[in-house]
Ligand binder design. Structure first.
Ligand SMILES: [Zn+2]
Ligand SMILES: [Zn+2]
Length: 249
């Protein structure tokens, strides 16, 4: 079905396992390779109650991914390390581009060789009032590369039955294993089971964003977002320095 080929996107699905990752490893909830002379990121949202209302909360490491472990089209030129941090509480009035009722997310694209020779910073302790479901257990990753297809309503109408047939042919048991593959992943397509597809546009240039990273709910990492949902990070397809958009589903 060559007509579907343009809609197959590379994805790397992560299979986390509890472990003791180091700063040189790809991980979820592991330590980040972080230069000692760079300030640790803090959430821009001030907490408006509790004993810490005057502090800006230190973010916690969520994921660190090295390009050598997860090669793919998601790496901007020159970057070979992606770090994802978040502020581990719900935010009811989040900054622009962040998801409602979710942790506030921060991304860093880096070149690992520029960091590994320099002293590495110890992260601050997690804030005292974090929420358990947003503090990941340290996990190492194995990675499965696959081709992911979109929800059929994202396709032109004449191709929708073709994709639906391919889903049936792939698994006659009726389990869809080729579209919007679930779990932690880089790349691929987002699921839209709660509402109509509405991929956001880049706020800087207006281009339709693409899915960069999916944070899933699971018992291994101990992360739960939304109602056992997914927090997705969409980025500009042409310029990785344009602001990302986070969406909870
Ligand atoms: Zn916060
Ligand atoms: Zn853009």
């Amino acid at each position: 079905m060559p007509e579907l080929a343009p809609y197959g996107r590379e994805a790397a699905r992560f299979h986390p396992e509890r472990g003791m990752p180091g700063v040189g490893d790809s991980s979820i909830g592991g330590p980040l390779l972080w230069p000692a002379d760079e300030p640790w990121p803090r959430c821009p949202v001030r907490q408006d109650d509790g004993p810490h209302q005057s502090e800006l909360m230190a973010m916690v490491p969520l994921a660190q991914i090295y390009a050598r472990d997860v090669p793919g089209p998601w790496w901007p030129d020159g970057a070979d390390l992606l770090q994802v941090l978040w502020c581990p509480v719900e935010h009811w009035d989040p900054p622009v581009g962040q998801a409602d009722m979710s942790p506030v997310v921060e991304l860093r694209w880096r070149r690992a060789a520029e960091l590994s020779a320099a002293p590495v910073a110890d992260p601050p302790e997690p804030p005292e009032h974090y929420e358990d479901e947003y503090l990941p257990k340290p996990c190492v990753l194995s990675v499965e590369h696959l081709t992911d297809f979109p929800y059929s309503e994202e396709l032109p109408s004449e191709l929708q039955p073709v994709l639906e047939q391919l889903v049936k042919d792939t698994d006659p048991g009726g389990k869809d294993v080729i579209t919007r593959v679930a779990g932690w992943k880089l790349g691929g397509w987002p699921t839209w089971h709660l509402n109509q597809p509405r991929t956001p546009e880049c706020e800087a240039c207006g281009k339709r964003t693409t899915l960069l990273f999916t944070i899933a709910s699971d018992e291994v990492t101990d992360i739960v977002v939304g109602r056992w949902g997914e927090l997705r990070i969409f980025t500009c397809p042409t310029n990785h320095t344009h602001p990302f958009i986070a969406d909870l589903h």
